[in-house]
Design a protein around this ligand. Structure first.
Ligand code: SF4
Length: 435
């Protein structure tokens, strides 16, 4: 007997093909998506706008299955983290960061990560496998349900009290409250607290291209989560050919984990740089930006004390990105057990930021969120079997040595930054500094 098809693993095009193979109309795909993602119904016999006969066939031949929540944690600042149990016994982490007017969900794309960035907790735990479409979009589905109060996540002993919907404090449940009017129909109907999604959790999303693109399409689909492309961000360590593919397959917002202004240092921090050096990576970013006019590429830069946080490195970074429609996210390193890097002092972060702003670069310093539940940037680990045995090799791996002392600071006197180069302390939109 054929195993039941998991409808949660299918985006709209795949669902249309599924119905077509059944000899049914392709438009049933949109109906099924609304039931699954907007009404949160996982029993096909409850899809009451389908015929009884079709529902009976779906009941027999299809299932709707998402990962289950294995554990929940909530940080003092309201950040949530869920550990999701996968069918094979592995587990991945998903983080929700609430703030005034928006709520950002950080989604994982792989079980572990094989790219071995030296500052990253996920890398220390090695790699197991790619996530499937249902496991990726399931993180959004599960978090949306939890945030809508399907379960007693706020610890008041009352299930389904919807106590967490009013994320913007305006007294209106489920009102994303950003006032920009760009959200799709689905965003309103699902009344989700999730207004933004970032693929910055465990894993390198572009190494799981097909499943990630299918999940992205569900995030954007008006019959599913209905988010705008501007509100969905994929973060990559820099897989150049896949950046080009993404531009034509599903051009969501792009973030690049840069972390160093020169190839020598970046090769130590992000080993993928040996394959795709900075010049090639930035050329791919320019092509991506050209396909998405009026949008900026985000460059993530984890600040590591004595490694990449000098004034000279800030100036080099400014020179590198000077002609790019760029936004720079400075992320002071979040300490993690067994990783020898240190977080720079607030003064060092400020100095680095001021140099970038002084050179007219749009720069944001991320505020650390959820670090008391290991949900901050670079701290996601999940639970899984490491098929790469990398976790063993990490035990004796040295951190990148500090560079030679920086040149005397020639910090310019700051004038009022231009609007294009304003600085703000933004909440950390993600968990791992994912690639
Ligand atoms: S930073 Fe991203 S790409 Fe690098 S090892 Fe961590 S999860 Fe993988």
């Amino acid at each position: 007997m054929q195993p039941a098809a998991n409808l949660a693993a299918l985006d709209r095009a795949a669902l249309e093909d599924f119905f077509a193979r059944m000899g049914e109309k392709r438009f049933h795909a949109g109906q099924a998506l609304r039931w699954i993602y907007q009404r949160r119904v996982t029993a096909p016999d409850a899809f009451t706008d389908l015929s009884k006969a079709l529902r009976a066939r779906l009941n027999r031949d299809a299932a709707i299955e998402f990962p289950a929540v294995a554990a929940r944690r909530r940080a003092a600042d309201g950040t949530r983290k869920w550990l999701l149990r996968l069918a094979d016994g592995n587990a991945v982490e998903t983080v929700f960061i609430p703030e005034a007017g928006r709520g950002t969900l950080c989604v994982s794309s792989q079980v572990g990560c094989g790219l071995n960035c030296t500052f990253c907790a996920t890398a220390r735990h090695g790699y197991n496998r790619n996530l499937t479409v249902d496991e990726i979009i399931g993180q959004v589905w599960v978090a949306a349900g939890e945030l809508a109060g399907d379960r007693d996540i706020d610890g008041d002993g009352v299930d389904g009290d919807h106590g967490d919907r009013d994320i913007d404090g305006d007294g209106v449940d489920g009102d994303p409250g950003d006032g920009d009017g760009d959200h799709g129909r689905g965003e309103t109907k699902t009344k989700t607290a999730i207004t933004n999604i970032v693929l910055m959790g465990m894993g390198e999303p572009l190494l799981n291209f097909d499943a990630v693109v299918a999940a992205l399409r569900l995030m954007l689909d008006d019959c599913a989560f209905g988010l705008s492309k501007r509100r969905v961000t994929l973060s990559t360590a820099g897989l150049v050919p896949a950046i080009d593919r993404l531009a034509s397959a599903c051009p969501v917002s792009l973030a690049v984990s840069l972390h160093a202004p020169d190839d020598a240092l970046r090769e130590q921090l992000v080993p993928l740089n040996k394959k795709y050096p900075i010049a090639e990576l930035l050329a791919a970013c320019r092509r991506y930006a050209a396909a998405r006019p009026r949008t900026r590429i985000t460059f993530e830069y984890v600040l590591l004390a004595g490694v990449n946080d000098s004034s000279a490195q800030a100036r080099a970074l400014a020179k590198l990105l000077g002609d790019m429609p760029a936004k720079i996210n400075l992320i002071p390193f979040n300490p993690s057990p067994d990783i020898d890097y240190r977080r720079p002092s607030p003064a060092a972060v400020e100095r680095f930021r001021d140099i970038l702003i002084g050179r007219n670069l749009f720069t944001v310093t991320r505020k650390t969120r959820g670090d008391d539940i290991d949900a901050a940037c670079g701290q996601l680990a999940g639970k899984f079997t490491d098929r790469t045995r990398r976790s063993r090799r990490w035990v004796s791996a040295p951190a990148v040595p500090a560079p030679s002392p920086e040149m005397p600071s020639s910090r310019p006197k700051m004038s009022t930054p231009s609007p294009a180069a304003r600085d703000e302390t933004a909440p950390e939109p993600a968990a791992a500094a994912a690639g």
